[in-house]
Design a binder for this molecule. Structure first.
Ligand code: ME8
Length: 653
């Protein structure tokens, strides 16, 4: 039995998770599930990066302690991953005590190797990347690659002798096992290293939200030294030698291409210095981008949030789109239209239809009992059996090559082949003929192929697979083992029951503004497009007085806009993420202000929010509140705004 230790990046807790974070973690989850099915011992770890300047600043802005902010947002990530049904074995946080101890010990080992000296750092730093940049990488005050804003930093700092490791790093990249993937990324880091490595500043003194430097509490560890060590902590490094021997080195660090340098240059150099084995593979995947090819980012306001997607689509549909739409290595456009098309054409029409029709036929023609027909000499049957076996090989090879899209292609090709088999061999005609044996053979072959497809698909579509298997009276992990994939695993005589539809078709054209809450009013001002054009609300109620108690019923609160993006197909609408300082995380609010505000101009604005308005659905998007605004003389809209010193969530009275 081999082992598979797979990690995702640990995510910064300065803000809410988005589709990119879900993506990496879903891919890692699919790989983990797949190798478990193949009988490997799997350890899958994800978690949050709690420390650093970026988190400290976000906490200051939110008027909270960094620990409180980290606790809150780390829980948001953990909650999301639970909601996504992910099967990680540990959710690590860099504030976990065993992790802090491991990070300190790694630094001690690097010190013992003579690789650390005290110096003075003077140069550029980008807080949003938590990265030091060379002057040659800066353009107009921003880092050229990431676009992050840089600031000049001068401070006393411990340095790591990165320059010592250039040769060994280049030799590692050239290793025949190709530990840095894909090749284009490996070439990118190799040329970075070949162009000359400077020593790396690995401690900071100008803020304190981090792991204290061993024996020098003036310094905290540079957040990347701290964060990267999480992979060792998970393997029990420095604390549990047995566990370490079992799990280290990691088999796969799955990351986005944005953080390649940290994982393929700094990390292996730290490990070499500490005398530890290097990860077997660092794989950088591409990004989800918008139609203009831009990566979603909080600052640009074009982030795709996950929760609204979970309201509209099943987990399996979302997983299928993420895993099937683009190869891991490349960028891809996140398009709900494509997601719906794939759901309808591939999940529902191909696999869903196959399972549904075949199981129904068995109910109808065989009384719901798996017929005895697994041995037959018919050429079509043999072909189907061979096709199943070949597909298993293709899926394994694709996952070993880190190509989940190719694995899914193979599985769905098998599903198509099986549909064709049923179409051509026409069980409905056989049922009318006097050849019950042939009917049994055809239905057995269709059923057993379905079992194989569901086993192969389980890592990618766990819910549909589970429900389909239940329809064959099969359940539990044992039924999903690849070891049971040999032809004939479906017991003759088992009971078959068609499950409720495996995949529902989705209608892309949702009606406008259906309210979701009791008593919510679709006509509520500002919350949506129609009312924004209807003019000032005051006109309707002019002349009426209300008592204080009436006013008190309206809960007006201060919120900060974290993200803003246009709502597809609605010119006037923006979908906003607004932080009211609530433990449940930011709210999604849809506002009809797109003609008056560019999304980017809204980020960070403190606005007045009607916080206790019943949620409404606007153009299919849930709106959990409403912003206050007034119409200007020119017909535009102006938001009621507050200064940055008013704490989030403050009630306006
Ligand atoms: O970098 N498409 O955390 P982070 C696909 N804390 N994936 C995306 C993406 C997109 N548009 N945007 C982000 C950090 N990601 C550090 C990591 S690890 C020791 C420390 C994913 O919260 C992708 O996996 O900025 C990327 O590498 C990661 O989120 C960055 O998450």
């Amino acid at each position: 039995m081999s082992k598979f230790y797979v990690t995702t990046p640990i995510y910064y807790v300065n803000g809410a998770p988005h589709i990119g974070h879900a993506y990496t973690t879903v891919v890692a989850d699919a790989l983990a599930r797949h190798y478990r099915q193949r009988g490997d011992a799997v350890f899958f770890m994800t978690g949050t990066d709690d420390h650093g300047l970026k988190v400290q600043r976000a906490a200051e802005e939110a008027g909270q302690s960094p620990k409180a902010l980290a606790d809150r947002n780390s829980a948001v990530y953990a909650g999301l991953f639970e909601q996504l049904g992910l099967t990680h074995d540990r959710f690590i946080r860099t504030t976990d005590p065993d992790h802090e101890a491991a990070a300190v010990e790694l630094v001690r080992r690097m010190q013992a190797a003579g690789d650390i000296y005290l110096g003075h750092y003077e140069g550029w730093y980008a807080a949003s990347d938590e990265a030091f940049y060379d002057a040659s990488e800066i353009e107009d005050g921003h880092a050229r690659g990431s676009g992050a804003k840089v600031e000049w930093v001068q401070e006393s700092s411990y340095f790591f002798r990165l320059s010592r490791y250039a040769e060994r790093l280049l030799a590692w990249y050239a290793d025949p096992s190709a530990p840095v993937q894909p090749e284009s990324r490996r070439n990118e880091v190799a040329s970075f290293v070949a162009s000359g490595l400077k020593d790396l500043s690995i401690s900071r003194t100008t803020f304190d939200w981090g792991v204290a430097w061993p024996d020098d509490p003036e310094h905290v560890l540079y957040v990347w030294v701290d964060a990267l060590t999480n992979y060792l902590t998970g393997a029990g490094a420095f604390a549990d030698p047995e566990r370490m021997a079992r799990w280290w080195p990691a088999d796969l660090h799955l990351i986005g291409k944005d953080i390649l340098r940290f994982h393929a240059v700094y990390w292996p150099a730290f490990l070499m210095s500490a005398g530890l084995d290097l990860p077997r593979q660092v794989l950088a995947h591409g990004w989800w981008v918008d139609e203009r090819g831009e990566k979603g980012s909080k600052s640009k306001g074009n982030v795709v949030e996950v929760w609204p997607l979970l309201e509209r689509y099943t987990l399996d549909s979302l997983r299928y789109f993420l895993l099937r739409e683009k190869p891991l290595a490349t960028d891809g456009v996140f398009s709900e239209r494509r997601l719906v098309e794939r759901n309808n054409n591939e999940l529902a029409d191909n696999l869903g239809n196959l399972v549904n029709r075949v199981l129904k036929m068995v109910e109808r023609y065989e009384g719901g009992i798996v017929p005895d027909g697994h041995r037959s000499d018919a050429a079509r049957d043999q072909e189907l059996r061979e096709r199943c076996q070949a597909t298993r090989g293709e899926v394994e090879a694709a996952i070993d090559a880190r190509e989940p899209n190719v694995a899914l292609e193979a599985i769905f090709a098998l599903s198509s082949a099986c549909n064709l088999y049923v179409n051509d061999l026409r069980p409905w005609d056989l049922a009318k003929s006097d050849d019950p044996l042939r009917l049994s053979q055809v239905l057995y072959h269709a059923l057993e192929s379905i079992r194989q497809i569901l086993v192969l698909a389980a890592a990618f579509l766990p819910d549909a697979s589970r429900r389909g298997m239940a329809g064959l009276s099969l359940g539990g992990d044992a039924a999903l083992a690849y070891a049971g994939l040999d032809w004939g695993g479906l017991p003759v005589g088992a009971r078959v029951k068609a499950p409720a539809l495996l995949f529902e078709k989705i209608d892309l054209d949702e009606p406008d503004a259906e309210p979701t809450g009791e008593g919510s009013e679709p006509g509520s001002p500002m919350a949506h497009e129609a009312s924004a054009s209807r003019g000032p609300v005051a006109e309707a109620s002019a002349g009426t007085t209300i008592g204080m108690a009436d006013f008190e019923r309206v809960e007006l609160r201060i919120g900060a806009i974290l993200a803003a993006e246009p709502v597809t197909g609605a010119d006037r609408l923006l979908r906003l993420s607004v932080d009211l300082g609530e433990a449940s995380g930011p709210r999604q609010i849809v506002a009809g202000i797109a003609e008056s505000y560019a999304p980017a101009a809204l980020i960070g604005c403190r606005v007045a929010v009607v916080a206790n308005l019943a949620p409404a659905r606007i153009r299919g998007v849930e709106s959990q509140g409403m912003l206050l605004a007034a119409q200007t003389a020119g017909g535009g809209l102006e938001l009621a705004q507050f200064g940055q010193d008013v704490p989030l969530g403050t009630r306006i009275r």
